[in-house]
Design a protein around this ligand. Structure first.
Ligand code: GLN
Length: 207
C-alpha cells in the first residue's frame, strides 16, 4: 500500500474525474478536485482526466489554469488520460485545442474513428509481467513521438502509454477498471521519485 501525506489534484472541469478520486482513495492517496489555479498549491501531482478535449481546453483557459498547470508541471508529475493525453501533447490535429505541451508528441483526436468508438484490448505493459485489459473510448492516436519519450505500452504497434520525466499519458481509461497498475506505476515512478531530468515545456514535437 502506498503511504503518503500529500494530495493528488484531479482536474475537475469536465469528464471522468470522480473515478480517479475513487482509485486514489483505494490506494490510500488523498485527492482534491481542481477547478481554480490556487487549488493546485499543496498538491504533489495532477491528473487530467478523459472527457472532451475541446471543452477541457476551453475551460482550462477560461478558468486561468493554462499557465498555472504548465508552471505546476515543471516540478510536479502529471497523468493525462485520453482527452488528458491530448491536452499534454505539443501538437494536436484540431486547432480548437491549445495543448499544454508537457510531452513532445502529436495527438490525433478520435484516431480510431467510428469503428472503434469503444473497445477493450489486452496490452503488454513494459513494467509488468501480466497483460492489462485496456478500455479505449474514442481514443486519440499518438504520433511524432520525440526520441526522449518512452513508450510504456502499445496496441497494434501504436503507442498507447508514454512517459517523459514525471509525466505519463495514456490513450485508454485506467480509471474504468479494478486493475490499478497504471495509477500505481505513475505514483511510484513519477510522483514519489525525484525528477532526474529538467523539463523543457517549450520543446516542440517536431524539433
Ligand atoms: N475523443 C475525445 C476527445 O477528443 C476523448 C475521449 C475520451 O477522453 N474518452 O476529446
Amino acid at each position: 500500500m502506498i503511504q503518503m501525506n500529500e494530495t493528488v489534484g484531479v482536474l475537475a472541469l469536465q469528464g471522468a474525474y470522480q473515478k480517479h478520486c475513487d482509485i486514489l482513495s483505494r490506494l490510500e492517496v488523498a485527492s482534491r478536485l481542481i477547478r481554480r489555479p490556487n487549488e493546485l498549491s499543496g498538491c504533489c501531482a495532477l491528473i487530467i482526466p478523459g472527457g472532451e478535449s475541446t471543452t477541457i481546453s476551453l475551460l482550462i483557459q477560461e478558468y486561468g489554469l493554462y499557465e498555472a498547470i504548465r508552471y505546476f508541471a515543471e516540478n510536479h508529475a502529471v497523468l493525462g488520460v485520453c482527452a488528458g493525453l491530448i491536452m499534454m501533447a505539443t501538437e494536436v490535429d484540431d486547432r480548437r485545442i491549445k495543448p499544454l505541451k508537457l510531452i513532445p508528441f502529436r495527438a490525433l483526436r478520435n484516431h480510431y474513428g467510428h469503428q472503434v468508438h469503444s473497445s477493450t484490448s489486452d496490452i503488454k505493459l513494459s513494467f509488468s509481467a501480466s497483460k492489462y485489459s485496456a478500455h479505449f473510448i474514442r481514443a486519440p492516436g499518438v504520433t511524432k513521438i520525440s526520441q526522449e519519450v518512452k513508450v510504456l505500452a502499445s496496441c497494434n504497434n501504436e503507442a498507447v502509454m508514454i512517459n517523459k520525466g514525471k509525466h505519463v499519458a495514456v490513450s485508454f481509461h485506467p480509471e474504468l477498471t479494478n486493475d490499478m497498475r497504471i495509477h500505481q506505476y505513475w505514483l511510484h515512478n513519477c510522483v514519489y521519485q525525484p525528477c532526474d531530468e529538467p523539463h523543457d515545456n517549450n520543446k516542440g514535437a517536431s524539433d
